[in-house]
Design a protein around this ligand. Structure first.
Ligand SMILES: [Zn+2]
Length: 284
């Protein structure tokens, strides 16, 4: 039994500002601090190690971690548990879920996850980028936790553990079921404020959560998107919808809303990444 960890950063204990999660080469519009970022990525790496250690303690025979934040090279390789294999970088096939198609993956852990765009009190809440306002699959609103669960579901793999802020955990469990184990690293106050537990306490909670999660694996089911589902995506500006409208299979459904009908969860992921690329271009 192998585990894939999809490791994001915004939900890590001690993280509550874009400064914590933005590398120096990040968007010029955001302030960066190499000291703050370096400390946050070390805590991110240690939370991944805690999840992996719990997985191995519960009988996992292998753990792969996909760096799932920003440019996807935040994890500190030299600090990783030596039993881990890890994925870095962008423009691969499955994005935040890279390696989910690997033989023998039986469970997914989401670490460092955050709430969906627009969640009141959700620290650093967003959905992939600052300009996506909502994603609805057959009318059900979801954030990255749902979209990545759909990709895992396509490969028959359930989400077993989610770690992050209280709202990220609550939204994930509301969508995927209460049997998904949650480890809450902080209580959100606002987009940029939270009350955290100490990093070591968070790691202890995550390790225990990983053990519990693999212990109840037979109670969990993959989250499978119905074939041909209707997916609506609200963006912040009609110009982005204009850009995305050039993509085959993408329809306009209002000033700032797109509609797609992916054949399956894998195609959903491909659509999503094409929309992110096309929508980043604003007509001038
Ligand atoms: Zn992120």
């Amino acid at each position: 039994m192998k585990v894939l960890i999809s490791a994001d950063m915004e939900g890590v204990a001690g993280v509550s500002s874009w400064v914590h999660v933005t590398a120096a080469e990040g968007r010029a519009a955001r302030p960066t601090s190499s000291i703050e970022y370096e400390r946050a990525r070390l805590r991110m790496t240690r939370e991944v190690n805690a999840a992996a250690d719990g997985a191995f303690a519960a009988g996992a025979t292998g753990v792969v971690v996909a760096d799932a934040h920003g440019g996807k090279r935040n994890l500190l390789p030299d600090e990783l548990d030596p039993r881990l294999r890890y994925v870095t970088g962008t423009d691969n096939d499955l994005g935040m879920m890279q390696a989910i198609d690997e033989e023998g993956i039986a469970a997914v852990f989401f670490t460092g996850y955050h709430a969906k765009a627009g969640t009141p009190g959700g620290p650093l809440a967003h959905t992939s980028t600052g300009w996506v306002h909502d994603v609805r699959v057959n009318g059900v609103s979801m954030g990255e936790y749902g979209m990545n669960a759909i990709i895992a579901g396509h490969f028959g793999v359930p989400v077993a553990l989610v770690t992050g802020d209280d709202l990220a955990v609550a939204q994930t469990q509301a969508l995927l079921g209460e049997r998904v184990v949650g480890a809450v690293t902080k209580q959100g106050y606002s987009l940029s404020s939270a009350q955290h537990i100490a990093p070591q306490a968070a790691r202890d909670l995550i390790r225990a959560g990983a053990i519990e999660a693999l212990g109840r694996l037979d109670e969990l089911e993959p989250y499978v998107m119905p074939d041909g589902a209707t997916v609506e995506i609200d963006l912040d500006h009609q110009a982005r919808v204009d850009s995305c409208g050039y993509l085959p299979g993408v329809e306009r459904a209002g000033d700032r809303t797109l509609v797609i009908h992916p054949a399956n969860g894998y195609e959903f992921g491909k659509f999503w990444r094409a929309i992110l690329a096309a929508g980043a271009q604003m007509g001038m």
